[in-house]
Design a protein around this ligand. Structure first.
Ligand SMILES: Nc1ncnc2c1ncn2[C@@H]1O[C@H](COP(=O)(O)OP(=O)(O)OP(=O)(O)O)[C@@H](O)[C@H]1O
Ligand code: SF4
Length: 301
């Protein structure tokens, strides 16, 4: 697609087919883990899928840890920032996060709006994503400056944008998810669907899913608001063990000292596929694939 006026942002984004913004009304409902799983599952959906994940949760970047990429840094090439690849030399799962710019992973980011806006513009204009089928964007909880900056900078590619809303089944989370949905309507951002996370509990012994608390609120909300329901994901202890403890792999007999340009070599992709969550998330991806053409067609009209 040609743009009326090519800008540094459109120059990068024109080679990205679909951009999925992951939002939640409330913190801690699993937005980052859903973003990470969406990227991992889209990557696994085809041997040629090219996926990027951009973490714009600037004050709480958790994507590097979840993908086992903590400790990596950003490498500057003559053509911009090189993302860190979570799948090693295959280079089909590219990741960029403010976490890669911090000297220490526990450093905090205390920035005002203009600095956050500049960082987001730089992520969109300077990262050498190359051709991507999907770019998944993990955003901060609620509706923030970061969301507005993203939408402003990506206005020329608005017809490729859509949102996934993550909620948990509890009433308070659903109320906040409703606010998130109102925001997407106010800014004319098409919604791919709602994911209900932490819906039930997978027994680590037998894999049976028990409904410890209420479930089904996300599906009900989707029905009432006439948006697609993408699926329910239970609390999965295997997933926590994998994503929360993900550490970069050290070569045998060495300590891990990543070079900024080094690519990830972590076997997280294979291990994720063996969790109960991966099988359930495949249904979410199937729904995403079904909904995406309808949503994008609608946004272009
Ligand atoms: N389905 C799940 N099963 C088990 N643990 C989960 C699940 N979803 C998320 N978690 C865990 O819950 C915690 C919070 O998840 P996550 O960081 O994804 O939430 P968030 O909504 O992005 O939070 P924040 O508000 O900090 O951005 C993490 O430790 C994560 O591993
Ligand atoms: S779900 Fe089955 S294995 Fe798990 S605790 Fe209950 S009875 Fe035991």
């Amino acid at each position: 697609m040609a743009f009326a006026q090519e800008t540094p942002v459109t120059r990068r984004l024109k080679r990205i087919k679909h951009i999925i913004i992951v939002c939640s009304g409330k913190g801690g409902v699993g937005k980052s883990s859903v973003s990470a799983q969406l990227a991992l599952s889209l990557h696994a959906s085809s041997p040629t899928a090219r996926v990027g994940i951009l973490d714009v949760d600037l004050t709480g970047p958790s994507i590097p840890r979840m993908l086992g990429l903590d400790g990596h840094g950003v490498h500057q090439s003559s053509d911009g920032w090189v993302p860190v690849y979570a799948d090693g030399s295959e280079a089909r799962l590219a990741c960029m996060s403010v976490g890669f710019l911090l000297k220490k992973k526990d450093d905090s980011v205390v920035w005002r709006g203009p600095k956050k806006n500049a960082m987001i513009r730089q992520f969109l204009s300077d990262v050498r994503w190359g051709e991507l089928d999907f770019l998944v964007i993990d955003t901060p909880p609620g509706t923030s400056d970061e969301h507005l900056s993203l939408l402003e900078h990506m206005a020329p590619v608005h017809d490729r944008l859509s949102a996934v809303i993550v909620t948990t089944p509890q009433a308070v989370a659903l109320m906040d998810a409703m606010k998130c949905l109102s925001f997407t309507r106010a800014v004319n951002l098409p919604v791919l669907g709602i994911v209900e996370n932490m819906s039930g509990y997978v027994c680590p012994c037998c894999g049976e899913i028990s409904n410890v608390f209420s479930t089904g609120g996300g599906a009900e909300m989707a029905k009432q608001e006439a948006v697609p329901f993408l699926g329910s994901l239970p609390v999965d202890t295997e997933l926590v063990t994998l994503l929360d403890a993900a550490e970069p792999e050290a070569a045998p007999g060495t300590s891990y000292e990543p070079h900024p340009a080094e690519r990830g070599s972590f076997d997280l992709l294979d291990r994720y596929q063996k969790t109960p969550s991966a099988a359930l998330f495949k249904n979410v991806v199937d729904e995403v694939m079904r909904t995406l053409p309808k949503v994008e067609e609608g946004s272009g009209s």
